[in-house]
Each structure stands twice: as structure tokens, then as C-alpha cells.
Ligand binder design. Structure first.
Ligand code: SAH
Length: 202
């Protein structure tokens, strides 16, 4: 069902379609809202967070161009759904969530479902995960006003970062590539609407 919807909306990557077709999205949504799990909308998961719309998950995952060797950092674990998708296309996923309750419930569901290559940390994503850096890929699923320099520093040469960036309803999806020589190239890849990323200390 979800696969068909994503295909209709133009998602072509066979690996992304397969993995999103295989992943039980309803188990990442609060029980009372499960009937909406497979609609193409974000769903509230408490603490002001949402599980992103399937189409956007598919778009951002496709843009990451993952390989099975990649180590990936996600900022904004939320329900754990995006992390579950990433974990099936990469070697290891590190995901950081600022709300401890969400980090804990995501960790539990990921473990229950057997996504063993995901490490969840409760903390401020502006700091990244320095002990595990550098990362081949970084994805932000909350929108900062600007991409934190710390995260760019934690991206490996040849790496790619995908993030919603902007203020409130004026956000662009940015794709940032770091060249082998460390040079940075950024391009806009559409308009999106994510919840704001909390700033350090706020
Ligand atoms: N990827 C999630 C969607 C997350 S919604 C999913 O698949 O369900 C955005 C999440 O970012 C929220 O859970 C919010 O609490 C978290 N967040 C906001 N600011 C953050 C920060 N500074 N560091 C880490 N997480 C943050």
C-alpha cells in the first residue's frame, strides 16, 4: 500500500521502496493514532514531535544515497521510524533525540523489532555524536535556522548531509556535500515543513 503511494508520488529507488514497504510504520505511531499510520501525513507522537510524512522520509532517504558500508548520524530520533529505515540500508545508525522519553521509547521499539544496528542517545543534536564521528551521512529531521558547524565537522570527506533548514514555515531541504578535499557544496532540493530544532541551551 505504502509502496504504491510512494511510487505514484515519484519515488523510484528500489531499495527505498522495498525497505519502506517492509517496515511496520504503525508500530512507531501511538496506538490511538494507528489508523493514520499509512496516510501520507505526519502523525503526532507526543512532546511536540511528529513521525514524518512517508513521502518525505522516502525523499530524504533517497537523497542520502546510502550504501551498506555507511555509518549514519540522525538528529531527531522521534519515533525511531526514520532510523529503522536507515538501519536497513546502512551499516550503522547513530541517532540523537533531545526528549529523553522519546529516545527511550524509540530505543525500545527498535530493539523489539530487531533493528540491532541503531544506537540511540538522549542529548542535544547540535553537538552531534563526537565519539563516533566522522559519519558518511548525516540527516536532520528537525529544522535548525542554519546547519550547525559541529555537524559539518563530523561529516567525513566525500560525505553528504541532508537537512531541513529555515524558520517556521520558510524551510528548504538542503543537500550538503563535502568533497574529498573538505570543500563544501550546498544545494536546495525543495520546500519542507519540519518542527524546529531546539538550539543548544534552549
Ligand atoms: N525522525 C523522526 C521524526 C522526528 S520529529 C521520526 O522518524 O519519527 C523531530 C524530532 O527532533 C523531535 O522528536 C524533537 O524532539 C527532536 N529534536 C528537536 N530539537 C532537537 C535537538 N536539538 N537535538 C536532538 N533532537 C531534537
Amino acid at each position: 500500500m505504502l509502496t504504491e503511494l510512494l511510487q505514484q508520488r515519484g519515488i523510484r529507488d528500489p531499495d527505498v521502496l522495498r525497505v519502506m514497504g517492509d517496515t511496520p510504520r504503525h508500530l512507531f505511531v501511538p496506538e490511538s493514532l494507528r489508523e493514520f499510520s499509512y496516510d501520507d501525513h505526519p502523525v503526532a507522537i507526543g512532546y511536540g514531535a511528529t513521525i514524518s510524512q512517508p513521502y518525505i522520509v522516502a525523499v530524504m532517504t533517497t537523497m542520502l544515497r546510502l550504501t551498506p558500508a555507511h555509518r549514519v548520524l540522525e538528529i531527531g530520533t522521534g519515533s525511531g521510524y526514520q532510523a529503522a529505515i536507515l538501519s536497513q540500508l546502512a551499516a550503522q545508525v547513530y541517532t540523537v533525540e533531545i526528549v529523553p522519553e522519546l529516545a527511550q521509547s524509540a530505543e525500545e521499539i527498535l530493539r523489539e523489532l530487531g533493528y540491532t544496528n541503531v544506537a540511540v542517545r538522549s542529548g542535544d543534536g547540535n553537538l552531534g555524536w563526537p565519539e563516533e564521528a566522522p559519519f558518511d551521512r548525516i540527516i536532520l529531521t528537525a529544522a535548525p535556522e542554519e546547519i550547525p558547524e559541529t555537524l559539518i565537522d563530523q561529516l567525513a570527506p566525500g560525505g553528504r548531509l541532508v537537512a531541513p533548514v529555515g524558520i517556521k514555515t520558510d524551510q528548504d531541504l538542503l543537500v550538503l556535500d563535502k568533497g574529498a578535499d573538505g570543500s563544501i557544496q550546498t544545494r536546495k532540493a525543495g520546500s519542507v515543513l519540519f518542527i524546529p530544532m531546539q538550539r543548544s541551551g534552549s
